[in-house]
Design a protein around this ligand. Structure first.
Ligand code: PLP
Length: 417
């Protein structure tokens, strides 16, 4: 038994009791569904006291708020339970009163996507499917392959021609069957959809699978609990397809509904200026317009976001806003987040920090505000961009010639105190 009451379309509002739907039958592929729960029952079972007594550190501690039955077999890999770290020097640089970083780069395969993929493999298993498939170049693919390996499932990953080599390698290490399609991401996506239909594989293409977002939601549930039920004024999240930001808001809305928190944070959704169709839709109030994405932040380089409506509604309901940052601001944020907080964020993750800085500069956010930035992926995932951001080391000969000069110029000689 679980606490799911049904599915609701975010476009037309239709309710469905069937669990097997992926999108709304009335609206078609754009009819993104939201999972509804029996909140009064959840509230009786999931109290502060019960949670304090639960030992499991990861995302399964919130199982009443997840679409999984009590007997579900879960992956062995640790998912969630990532650190929430105070970053006072970074707070001063960004211009807020208090800043915490939720380091989801510390998940099993190095990104927040593990939270969604973990649910994906549980659902695949529940339907007795032994093969899970996904089309992606990045974090969704590697997390899908890793979680599948952990569950003893096979995975088939369709990658576009230009998929970055480090990410393809991560897939191969996890034993995925990696199929490189000599074409675009959209073509890889279409082939994956067709293959799933033809061979009956479980489809982890997240944007349209309502259950996966429920996994992403757990990052917000953790922030609530880690802050002892007094969340910060703002939570900043980068936005690609829009599932993550929608999930984060859903977490806080549910925590309030359950009486676990009294006040919800405002959500700051941050996009890269060269791939910002969701911000445009948020500002215009109109439907999203597809575009050709251009940004260094590959994980949020989404030109046709499928979850934009959920994202826009979430940010609006939270009383928050959407903001764009340039690629230069993103690379700069990678640098100062590493230097001032010791956290190595990939470009799409540093985007959230860059967004906070811009929001303060533009007066959207008060200078004394408290904020959380969700670090959605680890910087080691994209070494190319990190090199661009961080520059090169000093080179010296083995005899040490030139070292004195560097030490001097870098002001590394301690003054007597
Ligand atoms: C996927 C991803 C995002 C954005 O999530 P969406 O659900 O696509 O909006 C942000 N950062 C990283 C590192 C990601 O992998």
């Amino acid at each position: 038994m679980d606490f799911v009451r049904g599915l609701r379309c975010v476009f037309c509002g239709s309710h469905y009791r069937s669990r097997a739907l992926c999108t709304c039958p009335r609206c078609g592929i754009s009819g993104i569904l939201d999972v509804l729960y029996d909140y009064p029952s959840v509230a009786r079972s999931l109290t502060r006291r019960v949670l304090a007594g639960r030992r499991e550190p990861g995302q399964w501690r919130y199982r009443e708020l997840l679409p999984i039955g009590a007997g579900a077999k879960l992956p062995q890999l640790a998912v969630g339970g990532t650190p929430l770290t105070l970053a006072p020097a970074l707070a001063r640089h960004v211009g807020v009163g208090r800043l915490l970083l939720k380091d989801d780069g510390r998940n099993a395969t190095g990104s927040l996507k593990d939270r969604a993929s973990a649910l994906g493999v549980v659902k695949a298993r529940e339907r007795r499917q032994k093969i899970i498939a996904c089309a992606s170049t990045g974090n969704a693919a590697s997390s899908c392959a890793g979680m599948a390996a952990s569950m003893g499932l096979r995975s088939v990953i369709f990658v576009p021609e230009r998929a970055p080599e480090p990410k393809v390698t991560q897939l191969l290490i996890f034993g995925a069957t990696v199929i490189r399609v000599g074409g675009s991401y959209e073509q890889a996506f279409q082939l994956c959809q067709q293959a799933c239909e033809r061979w009956g594989w479980y489809n982890r293409n997240c944007a349209i699978n309502p259950y996966l977002v429920e996994g992403k939601k757990t990052v917000g549930l953790e922030i609530g609990e880690q802050m002892e039920w007094e969340p910060a004024d703002w939570v900043a999240v980068s936005v690609g397809d829009g599932c993550t930001v929608a999930g984060v808001w859903k977490a806080f809305r549910e925590l309030r509904q359950l009486g676990l928190i009294a006040r919800t944070p405002r959500i700051l959704g941050v996009q890269a200026a060269g791939a910002a169709p969701v911000t445009a839709a948020f500002q215009s109030g109109e439907a999203v317009r597809p575009l050709e994405p251009r940004t260094v932040a590959d994980s949020i380089a989404v030109g046709v976001p499928r979850n934009w409506k959920k994202a826009v509604l979430a940010v609006r309901e939270s009383g928050g806003t959407m903001i764009n940052v340039s690629d230069d601001e993103i690379l700069e944020a990678m640098r100062y987040t590493g230097r001032l907080a010791g956290i190595f964020a990939e470009p799409a993750a540093a985007t959230a920090v860059a967004g906070l800085r811009r929001a303060v500069a533009e007066g959207v956010m008060r200078r004394r505000a408290s904020a959380v930035a969700v670090i959605t992926g680890n910087g080691l995932k994209d070494i190319q961009s990190a090199r661009t951001a961080a520059g090169q080391p000093f080179e010296i000969a083995p005899d040490g010639a030139g070292l004195d000069d560097i030490v001097c110029r870098q002001e590394l000689i301690p003054r007597p105190s």
